[in-house]
Design a protein around this ligand. Sequence first.
Ligand code: 3NM
Ligand code: MG
Length: 547
Amino acid sequence: VRAEKPVVDYSVYLVTGRDLLPPGKGYLESLKEAIEGGVTLIQVREKNAETSEFLEIAQQTVELCRSHKVPVLINDRIDIALASRADGVHLGQTDMPVPMARSLLPPNAIIGMTCTTSEHVRQAILDQVDYVGLGAVYGTATKDVSAPGKIRGVKGVREMLNVLEGTGVKSVAIGGIKSTNLLRVLHGAVTPTGHALDGVAVVSDIVASSNPRASAERLSLIFRSWAAIPRGSKSFSVDGADAYLPANVIKAAADLVAHLTNNVVKTQSANATIAMGGSPIMAAAAQEQADLARIPGGMLINFGTVEEMDGMLAAGFNANLNRKPVIFDPVGIGATTYRQNCAEELLSKWQPTVIKGNAAEIGALIQSEEVDFPRIDGVYTITDAHRCTQRKVKSQGVDSLGSGFKDPEAVVRSLAQKERCIVVLSGPIDYISDGSTVIRLSNGHPLLGQITGAGCMLGTAVATFCGAQSVLAERKGLGAADGVLARGDMLTAAAAGVLALTIASENAAQRGDVHGPGTFLPALIDSLADLTPETIQNMAKVEVDVE
Ligand code: 3NM
Ligand code: MG
């Protein structure tokens, strides 16, 4: 009779690493605190111990964990697992083959397998493992992952997760996962049909901590808050253009929008926010981000003058944690390698709700992870007319270049799918997508291209409307739409923000006292302040393409 497999909670999976313990912290002490903090599964990993020492550690671990009802797996060694009566093993690609391990272990033993490629995952499924460890997600000092292809990123994990769909094989991600990037890992790894990780495995974030209880609590809290969001279904169903006409456009009612924005356009962006009914605060210090994220509204991260990376990392992390929309405006990203690296780091550590950029910026984001973008030759051809070549996109400072892509719909759709967020591509026609729907907006005025910071103001408008929408959603108890981390209908809100600014620009340009860019700017702020939902509704030029 085959024994029932124990039900394993993979959510916060601690892999041990005795060499990483901080001075003065005992192994069992650290482990006990970690379990009390909410660790749900343990793997004893001993890469340097002799057999007798490994066995002793395994036995002590099993004893402690039994009393807390936390299962224990042993890394690599079937004999140690058997001798210590552990619950199973975790095997690497070069360890004993799974069928052989299975034949040696009790029938209800848990067997996990490390996978770096989709091929590994396919084999693990054939071998009927219980779970796979997918990684490395990020670089890590805990294990040598320096060989090419070993670091897979959030999107690499998603690719492997795709293979698991419908198989019942569980999965955790591993490698450099910390509480500060956990939400990005969990949200970013979800497959297009909604298949998600069952947990994350960590070593150093818990083991190297002098307070492993607090570290485990943090991971556990973040995991549970994420798992509580409904997934796999559209919370906001859309069946046609009407839903995007701004009947439900809200005038952002005194909701606060925290800005991390560049020094060039601070005043102007703040004034635009106030004109739309929002309440701006320019707050760049890392230390204030936790407080700010608790106030209703949205977080605009505009890195026009990239100076405060710590502040931007903290801002996105805290906003994610509080389910506040994060609007990322990677101004001039193509202009310098530093900006590209910064954008890559930010996008790997927190989850944006909306990415907004002009063609050069969106192009640079696409190119920045070219290898991760398999359809690049087929679809994403950037026209030479805009001095962008397919291999190398050069940002033209921060000026908008127009739509700049031969197939902008495909570009916004794919980038939205890749980053699991809303993408706004600005230009003479603005394209907005959540990865399936594409909204085309053709409002606007050429004078917008003749003042500085119009793009930044567009980001401000999107952030203001997304912030207000998330406040409304929170009040109504609404969740997040499928594929978006923040609450509320962020696609509609992003579109409404774009409409607000572009329609205001048309109204401003019509005014008799506007003679050029100098008089246009104050008129634009006036027009933003004069906007009503009815004006937006009457003037909006919207087309919707539902895939
Ligand atoms: N396996 P930390 S990465 C044990 O990629 C292990 O298969 C990995 O440690 C893999 O949480 C890794 O400290 C180490 O980064 C993870
Ligand atoms: Mg191994």
